[in-house]
Design a protein around this ligand. Structure first.
Ligand SMILES: Cc1cc2nc3c(=O)[nH]c(=O)nc-3n(C[C@H](O)[C@H](O)[C@H](O)COP(=O)(O)OP(=O)(O)OC[C@H]3O[C@@H](n4cnc5c(N)ncnc54)[C@H](O)[C@@H]3O)c2cc1C
Length: 425
């Protein structure tokens, strides 16, 4: 098999790139132009994983089937996991697929390409913390769904226990940890409405951050406002606190111990160890080092999003965010299309900082946004929440188009009205 462009990883960046390129080729173009490979069959936009994890977003309803998106955007899709990469030969290997009972579904295959984009995202950075395996992580939709089942099990168990208190520890006070803590209090309040007064229980959420403040990557004003909202939600925030060990019952920090029935790790990212075997230059957290055209150390091989490390000429390091992945996808679509049309393309990737937004439950958010990428202004409350929700809609818009995005948003609203906000199964 041979394709002109292969994109591995259909996440926030990869799926947008495949859709944009596919649409440029248009209906009736050859199926060998653009191939997207992903190890999952359903796409969930990663910034919503904390909502999936606490049951306030239904992945069955929100997930996009890659095959459907591919058909509508005129690119090909292959289900499978990238296992080997040979940049000199310009080939890659997609591992075999087996059923749960071990029977072979799809054999291993080797595919060649003219150019390839690696957009395989990242996982968690444990920083070598002892007992890390006792913590839950939110790296993909499966993790989030597994956690959701576990959380509701613990909600029910606690509501029938003598202790009547569920102790939760969230490690990492970045956007993921903060959003998860806030969303979990919402899920808890919804749960209380369901279980009735006889089975009420308390929840104690501890958010642990090693840095002097939460949301270190965001302006201080955003962090201060988020802190106020977290305090109002009775979330205990421990800053300048380093986790030393995680056990099944507690989190041991350099400041003391925190009782924890559930521990979630949301502190830092690290790309897959396997990336080191791909014959490309990588950094200390296994990201592919790319230049300002998003080229890796090998010709015709590019990387974007969380799996790529880009430092601009002025020293700016591109953050591992959906915003950056989205902008890189748009840039590569432009670059590749110029090549198809045999037009010169000298532009380098320019990062436009549109600000940062944090969702803090159903009707609150906080952030700083910019219309012109220079002057940022502070927003909060429901306006910030809507702005945060609009990012998800914009991602859907990029891959589904306006009509389907509106339909999906309306369906989501209707579903919530009918079935309630919480997914319990
Ligand atoms: C809970 C949470 C909240 C977040 N909130 C925000 C936010 O509010 N704003 C923001 O900008 N960012 C946020 N982020 C970060 C953001 O989600 C990531 O920066 C972004 O998703 C990175 O996009 P990506 O395309 O590089 O990778 P991903 O979106 O992670 O996609 C990677 C894709 O590659 C596939 N894949 C991985 N390995 C392989 C392989 N070997 N073979 C085949 N396929 C593979 C995966 O299945 C996945 O589909 C959040 C992250 C989390 C976890």
């Amino acid at each position: 098999m041979h394709y002109d462009t292969i994109i591995v990883g259909g996440g926030a960046g990869g799926l947008e790139l495949a859709a944009k390129l596919g649409r440029k080729y248009g209906r009736g173009a050859g199926t060998e132009n653009v191939l997207l490979i992903d190890r999952s069959i359903v796409h969930i936009w990663k910034p919503t994983l904390h909502e999936v994890a606490v049951g306030t977003l239904n992945p069955q309803q929100e997930g996009l089937l890659y095959t459907t998106v591919a058909r509508r955007n005129h690119f090909s899709f292959m289900l499978g996991e990238l296992t080997e990469f040979h940049p000199q030969e310009r080939t890659l290997t997609v591992g075999e697929l087996r059923d749960e009972d071990g029977s072979l579904l799809v054999p291993e295959s080797t595919i060649s390409f003219n150019k390839c984009v690696l957009a395989i995202g990242s996982g968690s950075n444990s920083f070598g913390t002892k007992g890390f395996e006792n913590a839950y992580v939110l790296e993909n939709a499966q993790d989030a769904q597994r956690f959701q089942k576990y959380l509701f099990g613990r909600f029910l168990q606690t509501s029938h226990s003598d202790k009547r208190c569920l102790n939760v520890a969230i490690i990492g006070g970045g956007a993921t940890g903060v959003e998860l803590a806030a969303e979990m209090t919402e899920a808890y309040h919804e749960m209380h409405q369901i279980i009735g007064s006889a089975n009420r229980f308390r929840i104690e959420i501890n958010l642990v951050e090693a840095a002097p403040r939460i949301l270190l990557a965001m302006p201080e004003q955003v962090a201060e406002q988020a802190m106020e909202i977290l305090e109002r939600k009775q979330i205990n925030v421990h800053t300048e606190t380093k986790v030393v060990e995680i056990t099944k019952e507690k989190v041991i920090t350099d400041k003391g111990e925190i009782v924890a029935d559930i521990v979630i790790w949301a502190a830092g990212i690290k790309a897959a160890e396997r990336n080191q075997t791909f014959g490309l230059e990588t950094n200390g957290i296994n990201q592919f080092i790319v230049n300002e055209k998003l080229e890796t150390s090998a010709k015709y091989v590019y990387a974007l999003g969380d799996c790529a490390s880009l430092t601009l000429a002025d020293g700016t390091r591109i953050p591992a965010t959906a915003q950056a992945a989205h902008q890189q996808a748009s840039y590569l679509a432009k670059q590749f299309w110029a090549a198809v049309q045999e037009k010169p393309f000298t532009e380098t990737f320019q990062y436009q900082d549109s600000g940062a937004l944090v969702s803090l439950g159903f009707d609150k958010g906080v952030g700083n946004v910019s219309a012109n990428h220079q002057t940022h202004f502070f927003i909060e409350g429901i306006v910030a929440k809507w702005a945060h929700m609009s990012l998800h809609l914009m991602h859907h818009f990029a891959v589904l188009g306006l009509k389907r995005t509106v339909l999906l948003a309306l369906a989501r609203l209707a579903q919530k009205r009918v079935s309630g906000r919480l997914k319990l199964h």
